[in-house]
Write a protein that binds this ligand. Structure first.
Ligand code: CA
Length: 617
């Protein structure tokens, strides 16, 4: 994509040496496209002394509108203005010192693929499947210890690399399709060339390079292309808050202002509410944003304009390059909220159909804090977010607590009902991402005390409540982390690695209950994939009585009725109360068993169960 050509002749070499030698070792972004809404791109050129040079370009429709050295003169910022009339091609950019050309770059300006701008994002039509690529499947053992990388590979060590990669995901696209998953959220796949504990991907050391232990940039694009052919989208996990300590910037920092506190370590106070609190002391707010997570993760300060541009352009580059369906932004509120609002706005201007989900995981979750960050509302302090989707931690906490309640007076399903009643505070509750667990939490099966019936109820709820459902790799067969530690939570998917005796792809070696639950979920999600009523239907619920909770999804004249019985005993449910919704419907179909169910005066409910019924007039 980028060709560097030294044009130092003998004469210019002498002059350049007398002034100052310049080199160019990279230009970010490494290429760009014609046809974006934003007319400019800011190139960051890196090389010895290059910041002192002056760029020049002669190309129809493209001009240099700004160039300046960063405080570190090994960086030159070059802003290109690209007119609508510009054609794809190679931009010849010369760099001069004192009137002498000392360097040259051929910069690639490419044509956009026709379908990129209209690329569909993820929404309530989808089921999102979360995967940590190191832990899913090892498709190539050749890259397990890629040249130049330092972390070790050892499957016996929960905190080491285990060898999973992008080829492993490409090899199992059939599996994702078979389970009814329509979106893959991969934890970050960019280079994490750290000395250790790098498998998770959240210590990025190069924003334009897939980690060689996962494969290449081309492999990432090949995965996105192959997935798209099956109707499966790819979501990139983006980290705006921090980088890995061994990021290449840290060896030659462009600008002290790119780091919070100008690079001085100070821990964050983790006070999530400081960002929404109208009474908050400014220093509390600032310490939340500027504080570091960890000494090994330098905290970024993207309010610094050149870094801000760098990160937005980086997201656009990957979306355009690979054809992504969206972004998941790590630790969303920890970055200056004026910046993140601008970041999402700029991405969505280029890709109006795309979606972005931000992680706001406050210790004690409630809808007030989550709703503050969702686009579509002017908050009391005047802040308007542009982030379409958040993770619904409050409903998830309520679900677990409700299903674990021992008695009806203990809370029970009323806890779910009351959190859903709080939907009044959200700009758009149908765009929340709903889940039982993720890569940072204990697994749902463990949280539900290994109760198969509770687990199936929870997953039926995930699949049918409003919002976008998300499932975590391994949880589909009731996997549970039994030992402490993040590395343990992130299991190697059985069957994905050479020598595995069990396989969740075939069911070999799984216990009967796990396999049964997995088949239940397969049926559930495959049904959901084609149920417009669940994907688009309005949500209406009835206050729980005797720990039985009933809700409907309704689209036109069609209903999906869900009945959750949280009792350990058979219950008889009178249908009178629901006739205002279902009219005189006489029968329904259970989409899981395909049984026809009579809708008479009552319904008999199994203990600890979720009954799903499709009612078509
Ligand atoms: Ca591998």
């Amino acid at each position: 994509m980028l060709q560097l050509r030294s044009i130092l002749t003998a004469t210019t070499l002498i002059i350049a040496t007398q002034i100052q030698a310049t080199t160019i070792d990279r230009v970010d972004p490494p290429s760009w496209w014609v046809g974006f809404e934003a007319p400019t791109v800011e190139l960051l050129v890196h090389g010895q002394g290059i910041g002192l040079s002056h760029p020049a370009l002669s190309y129809p429709g493209v001009t240099i509108t700004d160039s300046h050295s960063l405080p570190n003169s090994n960086y030159l910022s070059v802003t290109l203005s690209i007119s609508k009339a510009a054609q794809p091609g190679v931009l010849p950019i010369d760099f001069s010192l004192n009137g002498h050309i000392v360097n040259h770059v051929d910069y690639s300006l490419e044509a956009r693929r026709a379908d990129r701008r209209s690329q569909r994002g993820f929404d309530a039509h989808d089921v999102v499947y979360l995967i940590m690529p190191d832990r899913f499947a090892n498709g190539s053992r050749d890259n397990d210890a890629a040249e130049g990388t330092r972390d070790h590979t050892d499957r016996n060590d929960p905190d080491a690399r285990h060898g999973g990669d992008l080829q492993g995901l490409i090899n199992h696209l059939d599996y994702f399709d078979d389970m009814g998953y329509t979106q893959l959220w991969l934890t970050p796949v960019l280079e994490n060339n750290m000395p250790g504990y790098s498998y998770h991907g959240y210590s990025i050391t190069d924003h334009y390079k897939v980690d060689p232990r996962f494969g290449s940039n081309e492999d990432y694009r090949a995965l996105a292309d192959a997935a798209r052919l099956r109707g499966i989208g790819l979501i990139e996990d983006v980290v705006l808050n921090h980088i890995g300590l061994d990021h290449w910037w840290m060896k030659d920092l462009p600008d002290q202002d790119w780091l919070s506190n100008r690079g001085e370590y100070a821990p964050t106070n983790h006070l999530h509410k400081s960002q929404i609190d109208i009474h908050a002391a400014p220093s509390d707010r600032q310490r939340f944003i500027d504080g570091w997570f960890d000494r090994s993760m330098p905290d970024l300060h993207p309010a610094s304009p050149s870094l801000g541009n760098y990160l937005v352009q980086n997201a656009i580059w990957w979306i355009e390059y690979a054809g992504l369906s969206g972004l998941r932004i790590d630790t969303y509120p920890y970055t200056d909220k004026r910046y993140t609002a601008d970041y999402c706005r700029r991405v969505l201007v280029e890709y109006p159909q795309l979606n972005i989900v931000g992680e706001e995981a406050p210790g004690r979750s409630d809808p007030v804090i989550i709703s503050y960050w969702q686009a579509g509302r002017v908050n009391r302090d005047g802040y308007e977010s542009t982030l379409p989707t958040l993770m619904d931690f409050p409903l998830r906490d309520a679900l677990i607590s409700a299903l674990n309640s021992r008695t009806w007076s203990d809370g029970g399903l009323r806890e779910i009902y009351e959190v859903l009643a709080d939907d009044v505070i959200y700009a758009d509750p149908s765009r929340l991402l709903f889940f039982g667990d993720n890569h940072d939490s204990d697994r749902l099966f463990k949280l539900l005390n290994h109760n198969d019936a509770s687990y199936r109820m929870a997953m039926a709820f995930v699949a049918t409540v409003r919002g976008i459902p998300q499932v975590t790799w391994g949880s589909e067969f009731e996997w549970s982390n039994e030992r402490p530690g993040d590395g343990v939570k992130r299991l190697d998917f059985p069957g994905g690695f050479a020598g595995d005796t069990a396989s969740a792809f075939t069911g070999a070696g799984l216990d009967a209950k796990s396999w049964e639950t997995m088949n239940y979920l397969r049926t559930l999600f495959r049904w959901r994939r084609q149920s417009k009523v669940v994907q688009e239907g309005a949500f209406r619920h009835y206050a729980p009585e005797n720990d039985v909770y009933v809700y409907f999804r309704t689209l036109g004249t069609q209903h999906v009725m869900v009945v959750m019985n949280n009792n350990n005993s058979i219950q008889t449910l009178s249908l009178d109360r629901f006739r205002e919704t279902i009219g005189d419907a006489k029968s329904a179909v259970d989409p899981i068993t395909k049984d026809v169910v009579a809708l008479g005066e009552t319904l008999k409910l199994d203990p600890k169960s979720a009954l799903i019924l499709e009612i078509t007039p």
